[in-house]
Design a protein around this ligand. Structure first.
Ligand code: M6R
Length: 611
């Protein structure tokens, strides 16, 4: 999704803006632009495609003088990706430049209003409407801040805005509603940005803007005002992760780096929550009375986070016996969900900024549900709006395809389930100890899975040429297949589908023909025999079968499958935490063989901040 960065200080702004945009690349974009204010002059440069184009066009920013500026990476929603539709957008008189992340829902109506007043538009975007409306009100009020508040009263939708004005070149204005924006505090300089990765090189002191807030950023300080135009004291947060955590560290792709970081990420997610053999969730207000009062659990998420929720349905229900419904966040708002004060809504999101998820969370909250979120990005919107937050501590995830965040979400959800079952008195001491012990072994077992990476690479080289792939499995293996399939299709562009194996005979088996690749998931020991029958079924129709199973079941699987990947044995509920890694690696190596842009797959964005 779009990325915003703004700088004001004593250094040339353009190279700093380009550096910040570079770090926001992972969010996904199709064009980029910057505007630098130099006294009363605004210099704008924009280019379709990679940031290198913009950098080349401006000699690394050196051709744009000035120490104040805003930059943007655009992920097109209104109007095709081209130079004109790129941000920053200028008002008609060229005095106001604006960058925007989000969607202005009533932009057509506002555009018509301005066109009737004689304003001429240059782009097809919803964002330009905001720049033109600012000029319209600025001419009436003569203050940018006054004009900005008038604009905010008229626009509907989601926005993070960065604005510079030629008449006030010593400040950047910022505003936020339903799209992430944070403020960075430097020495003799200050920043705005969509997320901290754009800033960590310059400052680790940040504060997060809330919906309805407006900021006036100068080199010497930042003033934040609320929707009533009253000053707000913003608490600062210190970012303590290293810059190297957001760099490739010698790996060819962020995705591979992040897969290799999974054992460490898992350790960070698990260790702080186990003390003296007991699971502890500091600050979590979910005692026995609250749990006994629950009528249902509603899990809300998108994409891979939704797949974690699918796992959660199996594991949470079996542990707690509380009914769990998992709903795609984009559907939740519109399905009149059965949610009230007796519902626990578990909201799962890596970024904590996914708009669909945020909107669904607010819907659940409005219906009285208690919100518990599982989030990776500390201080993100979803985390801040939840009643309880469980952070996954996976560290920054840059590749669009999620890997380590998925694994840690899964581990945290499983831990939560065990904790809830224990609080409800549903686990014997022996069972509890066995589960906690198995949990603690996961990081080292993940190391063992990663050690098999060359084998998986070999399988990828055998199978990368297939046009269509089916992932099949039962129970947790079915939920795992959903994630394996998404991983493969999003980065390799191979058409792939995941099916509950038992469903094959109800239709899909007609698609199996000689040479079709079936990835058969048979890790879940309680249903291994049934998984084997499905492997035999597809083999009989000529499919090539790449199977995934556990070390113990390998011999059996090898009798039928063409190729077998394995993970160590553990408690069945934790098998997907191990099993997902070979599937992530398989997708990665297949995409590599096919020459795909692995970290930034076409049409996709890391953080989806539009509906
Ligand atoms: O940040 P979130 O977890 O809310 O993101 C949800 C999905 O957009 C995300 O999981 C997406 O499906 C990933 N690209 C999958 O790799």
């Amino acid at each position: 999704m779009c990325g915003i960065v703004g700088y004001i200080g004593k250094e040339p702004a353009a190279p700093i803006l380009l550096g910040g945009l570079k770090r926001l690349e992972y969010r996904g974009y199709d064009s980029a632009g910057i505007c630098v204010a130099d006294g009363g002059q605004l210099h704008v440069a924009k280019a379709k495609g990679r940031l290198e184009n913009l950098s080349g066009m401006t000699d690394g920013g050196r051709t744009l003088p000035g120490t104040v500026g805003i930059g943007h990476t655009r992920w097109a929603t209104h109007g095709e990706p081209n130079d004109i539709n790129s941000h920053p957008h200028l008002s008609e008189d060229g005095k106001i430049a604006l960058v925007h992340n989000g969607i202005i829902e009533n932009y057509l109506e506002l555009r018509e209003f301005l066109e009737r007043k004689g304003v001429r538009f240059t782009s097809e975007t919803d964002s330009e409407v905001v720049a033109q409306l600012l000029e319209y009100y600025y001419k009436k009020t003569d203050t940018v801040l006054g004009a900005l508040y008038m604009v905010l009263h008229r626009i509907e939708g989601a926005y993070a805005l960065g604005i510079v004005c030629a008449d006030a070149p010593d400040r950047i204005y910022a505003a936020r509603k339903d799209a992430p924006l944070l403020l960075g505090y430097g020495e003799g300089c200050n920043f705005i940005a969509s997320d901290v990765t754009a800033l960590v090189q310059h400052t680790r002191e940040v504060s997060y803007m809330e919906d309805g807030e407006v900021a006036v950023v100068t080199a010497d300080g930042i003033t934040v005002l609320n929707a009533m135009e009253l000053p707000v004291a913003k608490p600062r947060q210190h970012i303590d992760w290293e810059i190297s955590a957001a760099e490739k560290g010698g790996y060819p792709h962020f995705m591979l780096k992040e897969i290799m970081e999974e054992p460490e990420a898992m350790r960070r997610a698990i260790s702080p929550r186990i003390k003296d053999g007991r699971l502890v969730f500091d600050g979590l207000q979910l005692g026995r009375t609250e749990l006994e009062n629950l009528r249902n659990i509603a899990v809300i998420a998108c994409g891979s986070s939704y797949h974690v929720g699918m796992m959660g349905k199996y594991n949470l229900e079996s542990l707690t016996r509380i009914p769990v419904e998992v709903t795609l966040a984009s559907e939740f708002r519109y399905c009149d969900p059965i949610v009230d004060e007796r519902t626990l809504a578990i909201v799962i999101s890596q970024s904590g900024e996914t708009l669909d998820t945020m909107a669904a969370m607010r819907e659940a909250k409005a219906r009285g549900a208690r919100i518990l979120s599982i989030v990776n990005v500390v201080g993100s919107s979803i985390a801040r709006e939840s009643d309880d937050v469980l952070y996954t501590y996976a560290g920054p995830e840059i590749a669009v395809a999620t890997t380590k965040a998925y694994s840690t979400q899964l581990a945290v959800l499983d831990m939560l389930g065990i904790h809830m079952a224990d609080t409800l008195g549903l686990l014997t001491a022996e069972r509890y100890d066995a589960l906690v012990c198995a949990l603690q072994r996961l990081p080292e077992q993940l190391d063992a899975v990663l050690a098999d990476c060359e084998n998986i690479k070999h399988f990828a080289s055998q199978y990368f040429n297939h046009d269509s792939v089916f992932f099949i499995g039962r129970n947790l293996d079915y939920a795992l297949g959903l994630e394996g399939s998404l991983k493969l299709k999003e980065i390799s562009y191979i058409h792939s589908e995941a099916y509950a194996s038992g469903e094959l005979k109800h239709g899909t088996i007609s698609l199996i023909e000689p040479g079709t690749l079936v990835v058969a998931l048979g890790t879940y020991a309680p249903l291994f025999d049934k998984a084997m029958s499905n492997v035999v079924e597809v083999k009989a129709r000529g499919a090539s079968v790449l199977a995934l199973t556990t070390a113990q079941q390998r011999g059996q699987m090898e009798k039928t499958a063409d190729a077998v990947m394995t993970v160590p044995d553990t408690e069945p509920m934790f098998l997907p935490s191990l099993g997902v890694v070979p599937l992530q690696l398989f997708a990665y190596y297949v995409a590599l063989q096919r020459g795909c842009d692995i970290d930034k797959p076409r049409n996709l964005a890391k953080s989806v901040t539009v509906e």
